[in-house]
Design a protein around this ligand. Structure first.
Ligand SMILES: Cc1ncc(COP(=O)(O)O)c(C=O)c1O
Length: 362
């Protein structure tokens, strides 16, 4: 029988619960109202000729670089942040190298790192999910070749300080240090301005979240020119499809659309925080478009909560099996009207299930 590479057998399985997602989707941190109408109009204009040709990334890459105010040699468009992570693994990791993540965090880091044959070192965040900068610095050694940090982090929504991230990049000069800014639009702080100064710092962005284009699969990876040249070597020339490339300029041009959506999400985040606080449900202050809340003290509590919300047409994500997240659910915020629906259902469910009393306050 055909066998895979030895490491493939140890790659953790990841089955995102994507089936049966009818209802208000507050479970995947997507945009909950859809992309800008300008993007849809552009998609409708695509012709057979546009689709027969292999996609050309460069012109759109230049447009995105201009938008991000960086040199286009510093930027690579990718098939989502996921491909950016994969490309970093392909470029920098040999089997047996060490790679570091801070847990809990985005599941795909471990998958790509393990698939590359790296030994993954998981540094636990503090109990309140504060970023464990000293612990990360203590682990830095020449064996560590890649460090992946989501900022804001998923699922906690918490952030690391700019100085701490820069200190890590400086100390870990033998490692590619990825700062994954998938939720940048909700946090508005970035290290993009530092990429040309540092030889090992990378920043990833995505069109999957605030821009509402998760289905098109477009992200961007920025880093020092010299490093980006190496990463391009392992990247397919056609990694971003023609439909996605055609839509990116329209998505960027409709800045007003993104601004308004983000404002509604931030307003919703404050409203949900207030309700959780009033109900005595522990949660972590988030800088992203979601909140992690400790809804109970066991995984039965969180799954019962998710189920009760589902019965009311609202999908939220059980994160109880993530490190340090027992009894936790992650709730994505959306528009004003969607937040009204969320809070109504939340009120009902909390009456129905008296959950959080036993849970420890973050
Ligand atoms: C921290 C983080 N990075 C990356 C992604 C995936 O981004 P993309 O859709 O661009 O691959 C997610 C999606 O949930 C995420 O939470």
């Amino acid at each position: 029988m055909l066998s895979p590479r030895a490491v493939v057998k140890s790659v953790p399985r990841y089955h995102p619960p994507l089936a049966d997602r009818d209802g208000l989707r507050l479970d995947f941190n997507e945009n909950t109202v859809g992309c800008s109408p300008r993007v849809l109009a552009q998609l409708q204009k695509l012709t057979a000729d546009d689709l027969t040709r292999y996609p050309e990334r460069e012109a759109i890459e230049a447009r995105v670089a201009e938008f991000l105010e960086i040199d286009c040699a510093q930027l690579l468009l990718t098939n989502g942040v996921d491909e950016a992570i994969h490309l970093l693994c392909q470029t920098y990791l040999d089997p047996g190298d060490e790679a570091l993540i801070v847990v809990p965090t985005y599941s795909m880091y471990r998958i790509y790192l393990s698939a590359a044959g790296a030994n993954v070192i998981s540094v636990a965040a503090a109990e309140n999910f504060d970023f464990p900068v000293s612990a990360v610095l203590n682990h830095v050694s020449p064996r560590i070749r890649l460090i992946a940090i989501a900022n804001p982090n998923n699922p906690s929504g918490t952030v690391a300080r700019r100085e701490d991230l820069l200190q890590i990049a400086k100390s870990a000069s033998d490692a590619a240090v990825l700062i994954d800014e998938a939720y940048f639009e909700f946090h508005k702080e970035t290290l993009l301005d530092q990429c040309h100064k540092s030889g090992n710092l990378f920043v990833a962005r995505t069109f999957s979240k605030a821009y509402g284009l998760a289905g098109l699969r477009v992200g961007a990876l920025a880093g020092h020119n010299d490093q980006m040249r190496l990463i391009r070597r392992v990247c397919s020339p056609y990694n971003v499809n023609a439909a996605a490339l055609a839509c990116v300029p329209e998505a960027l041009a409709d800045a007003e659309y993104v601004r308004e959506y983000v404002n509604e999400v931030l307003e919703g985040r404050t409203r949900l925080e207030q309700v959780l606080a009033e109900c005595g449900i522990p949660f972590w202050p988030s800088q992203a478009n979601f909140i992690l809340a400790r809804i109970g003290s066991t995984d039965q509590d969180s799954s019962a909560f998710v189920e009760e919300m589902r019965k009311r047409g609202i999908l939220v994500r059980d994160r109880s099996s993530d490190p340090g997240c027992l009894g936790c659910v992650r709730i994505t915020l959306g528009s004003r009207e969607q937040t009204d629906r969320l809070l109504l259902a939340l009120g009902e469910v909390l009456q129905h299930l008296p959950l959080a009393q036993g849970a420890a306050r973050p």
